[in-house]
Design a protein around this ligand. Structure first.
Ligand SMILES: [Zn+2]
Length: 359
């Protein structure tokens, strides 16, 4: 696989890249509001990215060669549709969203001007996602849309989850993925404020891992950092461990919301990187003040040599330019063009690319 640990950026290389981009022109020639995130950047030491033979990225419309996303940014965790509540136990699936998608289409047209070519929608049926809306959004804009599936967290589960076995849930997730052209399982999460997963959440994680074993789709998670004092620092590592317990390779998992862990201590993200998992800094705001800790976390992660385990997104429902603005902050902090290209363009397509297995 292209993303073995030996391919990890060395500390020396990361630091030299950190210094390489200050003041040069990734964004400098562009008019405000239309910043190309990803001009082709072969200079500056970017390594050619390789993929396993037969790997594809599955959008809601078609299967793409990974090269199809080589010239733009991919956002690995946003929301294009769906409404849901985490506050009441819903016990049955909500009806698919009927929201007006026109404002989302307008926002996406803006973000495509800024160089975004693909967005992964992190919703699924228990979050009210209307997959027809995702197809309509893709058709109206030309954006590559990767849809995902699974279950969100205990309060959104339909009642039958508690009586179904792990294998039954896995079976239905495999069928849904094939029928619905899922390109990933996500976002798969746990309840706000809780000290550990519920028994059903653990069962869902394991079922998602077992479905992955059959169809090889990548997995991304939601965790409950920032939702109260009971949440342990190591909950992200526990998520990884549950997936590993059913044989999922950490390189196929993105642990999300790592920037919601308060503070700037990079210990947990470094531990995830060391084990080969993807680290999602996926709630960026594109606001200098609000993102101070995120920038510091990322610099520490890059200095530790994990530039090719990092994924950025904003987990938002409107204004998909937050990552574009955030990239400018990283650049101002000294992150070089080649490193930005790795983070914005190459990492997400490496995460999403998979060799389909017939289940
Ligand atoms: Zn989300």
């Amino acid at each position: 696989m292209a993303d073995s640990r030996s391919a990890r950026m060395s500390r020396r290389q990361a630091i030299s890249l950190l210094g390489a981009g200050a003041g040069i022109g990734l964004f400098s020639t562009v008019r405000p509001g239309a910043m190309p995130l990803a001009a082709p950047l072969q200079a500056g030491g970017a390594k050619a990215v390789t993929f396993p033979r037969g790997a594809i990225i599955r959008t809601i419309v078609k299967d793409l060669q990974p090269e199809a996303l080589a010239n733009g940014t991919t956002l690995f965790h946003e929301h294009l549709d769906g409404v849901y509540s985490r506050d009441t136990r819903q016990l049955k699936l909500p009806p698919p969203s009927q929201q007006d998608i026109a404002p989302v289409i307008a926002d996406i047209k803006e973000t495509m001007k800024a160089g975004v070519v693909c967005i992964v929608d992190g919703g699924h049926p228990d979050m009210g996602t209307n997959y027809d809306h995702l197809r309509q959004i893709s058709a109206a804009t030309g954006l590559h849309v990767v849809c995902s599936g699974g279950y969100y967290l205990q309060n959104t589960y339909p009642a039958e989850i508690s009586t179904m076995s792990e294998d039954q849930i896995a079976e239905s997730l495999v069928k849904e993925a094939a029928a619905g052209r899922y390109g990933a399982y996500g976002e798969i999460g746990d309840m706000p404020g809780e000290a550990d997963f519920t028994a059903d959440e653990r069962k869902v994680y394991r079922a998602v891992g077992k479905a992955h074993a059959r169809n090889n789709l990548p997995i991304f998670t939601h965790n409950n950092y920032g939702t109260g004092p009971n949440v342990p620092r190591e909950i992200a590592l526990r998520q990884l461990e549950v997936y590993e317990s059913v044989g999922v390779n950490p390189q196929r998992i993105a642990i999300g919301h790592m920037c919601s862990l308060p503070g700037r201590n990079p210990d947990i993200i470094k531990a995830l990187g060391k084990r080969g998992a993807w680290v999602g800094i996926d709630r960026v705001r594109g606001d200098e003040k609000a993102d101070e800790d995120r920038v510091a976390l990322i610099l520490a992660f890059l200095e530790a040599g994990y530039g090719n385990r990092l994924l950025l997104s904003s987990d938002t429902r409107r204004d998909y330019n937050k990552v574009a603005r955030f990239a400018r902050q990283l650049q101002a902090a000294g992150v070089g063009e080649a490193t930005l290209h790795t983070i914005l363009v190459d990492n997400p397509r490496r995460f999403l690319a998979f060799v389909p297995r017939s289940a």
